[in-house]
Design a binder for this molecule. Structure first.
Ligand code: SAM
Length: 316
């Protein structure tokens, strides 16, 4: 059916994200020793603008994520929604920043691929075994559950199934919880993403949500971005919330979140640690900055909170 084809195009986007991250890390933009086990070859060259954009995305998201985990002294959970082939679990383990439990959710077929990689690549499975206390570890084609890491195959538009599966795998609504979605909500209709944000706000007492995705999509540049995706049968069903930073914030505030802030990635870029940005900018020469600025102005990080934990400190 049409909707199966549309879902398949959305599922394929996890390869785009990881392929770009694989290329940028091969050039030294940031370190990720694990991504090679999910995406074997470095692949085609990507433009420096793309690499810098991914650098800002990864640094910006990690900054907020790590600050939350530090603030909670690791007594927290993380739920990566639409995680794709993301490697954050392994990074956090290596940096001694593992939360009590790290959950990932994606479509069952994406999860099946991820689990296959984990099963067959010792550098990936090792971290899970090392952080697991008993012999029994649940590992089947569509889910993985260990003490500290859990991967669930479920459609994020099916909230009751999502809630049920997470609770089955010991999600604890009492623990401070960080939810993350990186280029995920934009593929869902506004009502589906609103339901998801609302569910998250209702479920946890103390929570923060980090959402990275497109913004300022109503101008000419934004239209071209949409057309490029449509050419690959990928519809940005949720683009309505991507009209402005204000619409990004409002979606959270309307769905039970107490505070919400949003920055475009041009602003985030200018706030990143200057010494590392200087190192990164030397990797590939870019004499014309206009395209980079346009690109960065069309992505944003929005973060929202419900806090008893005084999360203000996190976002300073
Ligand atoms: N967050 C990852 C990253 O940044 O590397 C992957 C981003 S990729 C662009 C979008 C991911 O969201 C895909 O893995 C896709 O399968 C997942 N996704 C989109 N809609 C979903 C849904 N309704 N249910 C589950 N996963 C979904």
């Amino acid at each position: 059916t049409d909707s199966d084809t549309a879902d398949e195009a959305v599922r394929a986007t996890c390869d785009d994200a990881s392929t770009c991250k694989r290329f940028a890390t091969s050039k030294g933009y940031w370190r990720d020793p694990y991504i090679q086990y999910f995406i074997r070859s470095v692949g085609e060259r990507k433009a420096p603008e793309i690499n810098r954009g991914y650098y800002a995305r990864v640094q910006g998201v990690n900054h907020l994520l790590d600050a939350f985990i530090r603030r909670a002294e690791c007594n927290c959970q993380v739920i990566n929604l639409g995680a794709g082939l993301d490697t954050t679990f392994w990074r956090l383990k290596d940096e001694n920043l593992l939360p009590r439990k790290f959950f990932e959710v994606d479509f069952p077929t994406v999860v099946a691929r991820k689990i296959h990689h984990i099963k067959t690549k010792p550098p990936l499975s090792r971290a899970i075994i090392e952080t697991h206390s008993t012999d029994s570890l649940l590992l089947d084609a569509h889910s993985l559950d260990s003490d500290r890491f859990c991967i669930i195959g479920v459609d994020l538009r099916d909230i009751s199934n999502l809630d049920e599966k997470l609770k089955k795998f010991q999600l604890n609504p009492e623990l401070p919880t960080l939810l993350l979605s990186e280029c995920v909500l934009v593929y869902m209709t506004p009502s589906h993403s609103s339901n998801l944000l609302h569910w998250a706000a209702e479920t946890f007492h103390t929570a923060m949500f980090i959402n990275y995705e497109q913004v300022n999509m109503s101008d000419r540049f934004g239209q071209v971005m949409i057309e490029n995706l449509q050419r690959r049968h990928c519809t940005l069903a949720g683009v309505e919330a991507c009209q402005s930073l204000e619409s990004q914030r409002e979606r959270f505030l309307k769905n039970g979140w107490e505070h919400a802030d949003a920055l475009d990635m041009m602003t985030v870029y200018s706030m990143l640690p200057a010494d590392d940005v200087a190192r990164m900018e030397r990797l590939e020469f870019l004499d014309e900055k206009e395209l980079l600025e346009q690109l960065l102005q069309h992505y944003s990080i929005c973060w929202a909170s419900r806090d008893k934990l005084s999360l203000d400190d996190v976002t300073e």
